[in-house]
Ligand binder design. Sequence first.
Ligand code: GLN
Length: 306
Amino acid sequence: MELQVVEQAVAAASDKTCEGKVATYIPELGKADGSRVGVSVFSRSGERLSVGDTKTRFSIQSISKVISLAVALELCGFDMVFQNVGMEPSGDAFNSMVKLEYAHSVPYNPMINAGAIVIASYLARRISFEEMMRTSRSLCLDPDIVLDENVYRSEMSNISRNRAIAYLLESKGYIEKDVEKCLHFYVKMCSLSVTAESLAGLGLVLANDGIHPATGERLLQEQTVRVVKTIMLTCGMYDGSGQFAVRVGIPSKSGVGGGILSVIDREMGIGIYGPALDDKGNSVAGRYILEYLSEKWHLHLFDNRK
Ligand code: GLN
């Protein structure tokens, strides 16, 4: 792990941010500075490298789907979680509802909005948002995570599409009553404010099979972590997941706040901030950085040069 390589990756990616645009469909996100880039790499051996805007707080957005899935697996078990949510990449945009209309079609996976809203409905009945926030702090090794009230309000006032998805899911019997409570829970999880460092912390806990790297405390069951990492690999980058898996080969999850969480199994966690997004909603800088690091450090899952 050489600092110089991370610096080169950030420099190269900074030149590419002009190819993307910050998300504007949640007005509060439109205020972000698209030229920002930061990367943190936390290794299992205790090394920590941070370059660029790694302490800037931004909303976790869809990366919260990883935390919600993990907690739902712990609280409800595998069979119940996957009763009303699938495990397949959708090939559609994260907020698409087109396939939901088909008879017997459950949301494709827990990483798209429809699937995450089903997961939120399981959670909202079992655990308070405050408890989820505490769990997020401990999984991200970041005691300073809070709810970004501005993002939360901004998203709630532009919630029509997610509300439509949620009521369609209710009409099909995939989520139980109190759709509004479930939507608030989902949006609050998306509005947690994190940094690139928090995401590297979460990546490290997942790379370490759910064990806190410093205290040795088990935070998540091994089976939970295995499921989460597999779903990240196949579905974590929305409808860009296939191409990302081929080119980068690192289980990752992106969010429209500009974050990417990546897990190099048994080795390290990587957290990225780069709010300029491509047309699929993935951080442009993040993609470049991960491709660069994957090539330099042979991080692709199937790279046999390791
Ligand atoms: N809060 C966003 C939404 O529900 C999260 C989407 C994302 O990060 N892709 O639309």
